[in-house]
Design a protein around this ligand. Structure first.
Ligand code: ATP
Ligand code: MG
Length: 229
């Protein structure tokens, strides 16, 4: 279970005001859920993902992931949690540009302490249909292919939590569709809990569950299907 208990997040504005970005969010989300996360720009979607990964801490309230106290754990524990249990996919791919596709994925496996990082990276790139692009650098790949490398990197350690922040936002419709299908099918295969942020409501509706944020509040939480416990 992911237990989000009364979480509030405020950021100071440059004018010295305290802006409440997330306001008393409470949700119990079964592991293995697949959730589309929607809401207007500025509603707090990226902030919520950052808190789930322990990259940001709430001002009040707690977050637990499968019993692990994400919101209060120390930095070393959080680094290990992120390396082993969390996969990220961003709108802007965030690949290391001097490394090949397979090296980009391998780095994530090494950080998590994988003993056979090279073969794990190759296998992950096969899952996303890029076994013929192992040695290409990011600038030798199309946008859709770069995002598929990023997906391989995100899942190489079979994370329990897959956080995708507008992963289709920079892609043409065909690549966007392919990336969406890969993320939803692979997350199901590895039984990861998926948070998929998108401005595309049609995509979000293809996932079994949905979170809607409105001015920092949870205006809708629908959990169904895809849940393991
Ligand atoms: N580090 C920060 N310091 C101050 N304010 C911040 C910080 N990060 C985010 N905010 C503010 O928090 C609000 C929510 O930001 P967030 O990035 O979570 O929105 P979002 O829903 O992901 O929007 P978008 O759809 O545009 O990506 C915004 O108004 C933003 O200005
Ligand atoms: Mg955002």
């Amino acid at each position: 279970m992911i237990e989000i208990d009364n979480v509030t997040k405020e950021y100071p504005s440059p004018e010295g005001l305290r802006l409440r970005i997330l306001d008393s969010i409470t949700a119990n989300i079964p592991l293995g859920s697949q959730l589309g996360v929607v809401g207007r720009s500025g509603s707090g979607k990226t902030t919520l993902l950052s808190m789930l990964a322990g990259l940001e801490r709430p001002n009040s309230g707690t977050i637990r992931f499968n019993g692990f106290p994400v919101s209060t754990a120390g930095e070393a524990e959080l680094s290990r949690f992120r390396a082993r249990e969390v996969g990220f996919v961003y709108q802007t791919f965030q690949l290391l540009k001097h490394l090949s596709a397979v090296e980009n994925v391998q780095v994530a496996a090494e950080i998590a302490g994988h003993s056979k990082s090279r073969s794990a990276a190759q296998e992950a790139l096969e899952w996303v249909g890029l076994s013929t692009r192992l040695k290409h650098r990011p600038d030798q790949l199309s946008g859709g292919e770069q995002q598929r490398v990023a997906i391989a990197r995100a899942i190489v350690n079979r994370p329990k939590l897959l956080l995708c922040d507008e992963p289709t936002g920079n892609l043409d419709p065909q690549s966007a569709d392919q990336v969406f299908r890969l993320i939803s099918s692979l997350s199901m295969e590895i039984s990861a809990t998926l948070f998929f942020v998108t401005h595309d409501y049609a995509l979000a509706h293809q996932l079994p569950g949905r979170i809607e944020l409105e001015r920092g509040q949870l205006s809708r939480l629908q959990l169904s299907g895809g849940a393991l416990s």
